[in-house]
Design a binder for this molecule. Sequence first.
Ligand SMILES: [Zn+2]
Length: 64
Amino acid sequence: MSEDQPLSEFSSTDSTANGDTAEPATVTYRWQSDGAVCEQCETSTEKQWLDDAQFVCPDCKSWD
Ligand SMILES: [Zn+2]
C-alpha cells in the first residue's frame, strides 16, 4: 500500500539484478579467452556453459 513511493527508490536498488526477463537464474556461462576443455567431450572451447555441475561446450549443453 505504498504507491506514492517514487520509482527512483526501486530503480536505484534492483533495476538490473531482478528484471522481468524469462531467463532462468540458474544459467551459468563463462568465457575462457585461452580456451578450456569441455568436461564431457574434452573439446577445447572458449565458451562454456554450466550443465549439471559441469562446464561443457555449447554442443554438449542441454538446452531443454
Ligand atoms: Zn563438449
